[in-house]
Design a protein around this ligand. Structure first.
Ligand code: ADE
Ligand code: ZN
Length: 336
């Protein structure tokens, strides 16, 4: 099998996908009409034309505007279901979905509407596609820690519907230590903990995500290479990095995909994975991330493809027997 076909065919897990970032312009317009929400864009094409970003913040402004059409449980279900259809087609067998409840509760949408709508889509993905899907609640780091505590409290009646918490939104000026107490509480509750760090922020943010938040994965983390000591530490810990190549180019973390450091991360012994981040905004779902990145970085090999898929299972929060079963499926695809 040639490499692009193998990349598409191999079973894989997606560990860094903001479900609100999977809202395609067509669905945004359909939901706006269904809910009577006015959009500041005349058409699908006008909205898509606005997807030219200078940095993380310029993206987030449009991303939060897009999410304004989500009001009812069915809207959250439809959004997640559209993602699962695409993920299943990409041979994603397991997905851990980020969601941003504060984006919705701030508009008066009840926490229950958000979580139950997403949860029903996760259940159906398992029934229809055999795709195991879990939810990770993200705190918005541009808001206060008190607001994060209030969000956690509102979500606790639905504790059984999410496996962990994360930290996203504007990174610069909002270091992980701002959320030290709420993450400590989440760890006490037995929730998994992850955080975005080292996307636009400096290596020091990755260090404080490890030292203060005690995260189990770093989301992005690509700026770790600026500190050789940190790279060594991450490798020794086998700390997973959920890398998002197309996102990094769209948000100008790297000028081009050919300049991306994915190969360097793997060669440094880091547990890197490939993910789509906000696929509706960044030009591709998971297989597009794999195929375009391998095309742009010819140094990436078939062995790297295997490692990236295997890392995605190992870095997931699934049970060991489940990871072993997916690895067996992976071995079968590589044997053909
Ligand atoms: N929210 C959605 N996508 C994000 C990203 N790439 N970084 C930080 N917050 C986000
Ligand atoms: Zn992200």
């Amino acid at each position: 099998m040639n490499l692009p076909r193998l990349l598409r065919a191999m079973p894989k897990a997606e560990l860094h996908i903001h479900i609100e970032g999977s809202l395609e312009p067509e669905l945004i317009f359909r939901l706006a009409q269904r809910n009577g929400v006015a959009l500041p864009y005349a058409s699908v094409d006008a909205l898509r034309a606005a997807y030219a970003f200078q940095d993380l913040q310029s993206f987030l402004d449009i991303y939060y505007a897009g999410a304004s059409v989500l009001l009812k449980e069915a809207d959250f279900f439809d959004m997640a279901w559209a993602y699962f259809e695409r993920a299943a087609a990409d041979n994603v067998v397991h997905a851990e979905l980020f969601f941003d409840p504060q984006t919705h509760t701030a508009r008066g949408v009840p926490m229950q509407t958000v979580i139950v709508g997403l949860h029903h889509a996760c259940q159906r993905a398992h029934v229809e596609f055999g795709l195991s899907a879990k939810l990770i609640l993200c705190f918005l780091r541009h808001l206060s820690e008190d607001e994060a505590f209030a969000t956690l409290e509102a979500a606790l009646p639905y504790r059984h519907h999410f496996i962990g918490v994360g930290l996203d939104s504007s990174e610069r000026g909002h270091p992980p230590e701002k959320f030290a107490r709420v993450f400590a509480k989440c760890r006490e509750l037995g929730l998994h903990v992850v955080a975005h760090a080292g996307e636009e922020g400096p290596p020091a943010y990755i260090e404080s995500a490890l030292d203060v938040l005690k995260v189990e994965r770093i989301d992005h983390g690509v700026r770790c290479v600026e500190s050789p000591a940190l790279v060594q530490r991450l490798a020794a810990l086998r700390m997973p990095l959920t890398v998002c190549p197309l996102s990094n180019v769209k948000l100008r973390v790297f000028d081009t995909l050919a300049q991306h450091n994915l190969k360097a991360l793997l060669d440094a012994g880091l547990v890197a994975t490939v993910n789509s981040d906000d696929p509706a905004y960044f030009g591709g779902y998971l297989n597009e991330n794999f195929v375009q990145t391998f095309a742009a970085l010819p140094a990436l090999t078939r062995a790297d493809a295997y490692t990236l898929a295997k890392n995605s299972f190992d870095a997931s929060f699934a049970a060991p027997e489940q990871k072993a079963a997916w690895t067996k499926q992976l071995d079968e695809v590589f044997a053909t």
